[in-house]
Design a protein around this ligand. Structure first.
Ligand code: CDP
Length: 226
């Protein structure tokens, strides 16, 4: 079987993209890369340095000079990668509600997107990669041979994110998560540059009511057909 060289998985927040991407990559021996990490890391760095993210020029300049290091996991605590900035491990810090609340604004800045897109193309250019995000099939790799757009209702996604957070021992509130996902999806879909939407040739995969394994099996069937 000749596999597609690049597999793009896009979709709204907490739709299970990362879980699917990671397992799929493992099954077919591909590199898994979650592009949300990059936007989250820039947001974290901006909050650290500036305390806010509304200064577009400063945040953009930061995104162009910051050195985000993504490596295979050194600890087995549920992480899919080590994420470091200047040697500081920020793997879990980038999942905070503070980053959640600010990442969409940062991701809408054109220079930030340009810098992150350049990085993603460099990582994906050799092929053999499952790349996950919002605009992989539409902007980063429009030539990808397989594009999956993963969906589920916002309530189901909020339930999943709630369980994810509480399983890590964090305090979480379902209603707050639901509101935050709704807000982030609206912001990501409404932005001018690289908005969240399925590519014309993307295959919509609805994960509602399916187990992770069932979603992975469906995706494997799509790879065979691609
Ligand atoms: O895991 P979750 O679905 O909550 O979010 P994520 O994939 O880590 O992405 C966090 C945020 O980064 C999104 O809400 C988008 O604003 C932004 N993002 C983006 O604009 N483009 C991407 N390719 C990936 C993420």
């Amino acid at each position: 079987m000749v596999k597609p060289s690049i597999i793009a998985i896009d979709g709204p927040a907490a739709s299970g993209k990362s879980t699917l991407g990671e397992r799929l990559a493992q099954r077919i021996g591909y590199l898994f890369f979650d592009t949300g990490i990059l936007y989250r890391a820039v947001t974290w760095a901006a909050l650290q340095k500036l305390g806010r993210v509304d200064q577009e020029d400063e945040v953009s300049a930061l995104s162009e000079e910051v050195n985000i290091d993504v490596r295979p996991p050194s600890i087995t605590d549920g992480r899919s990668a080590d994420v470091c900035i200047n040697g500081v491990d920020i793997t879990w810090d980038i999942r905070s509600s503070d980053v959640d609340a600010n990442v969409s604004q940062v991701s809408a800045y054109p220079r930030v997107r340009q810098a992150m897109t350049r990085l993603q193309r460099r990582i994906g250019q050799r092929g053999g990669v499952v790349m996950v995000g919002r605009d992989i099939g539409t902007v980063v790799f429009p030539e990808a041979e397989l594009k999956i757009y993963l969906v589920a209702t916002v309530e189901e996604r909020a339930r999943r994110r709630y369980h994810e957070l509480t399983a890590r021992g964090e305090i979480a509130e379902y209603d707050q998560i639901l509101a935050s996902l709704r807000w982030r999806d609206a912001y990501d879909s409404g932005r001018k540059l690289a908005p969240l939407r399925p590519a014309e040739d993307a295959i919509i995969l609805d994960s509602e009511g399916l187990t992770i394994e069932q979603v992975v099996e469906r995706a494997l069937e799509l790879i065979e057909k691609a």
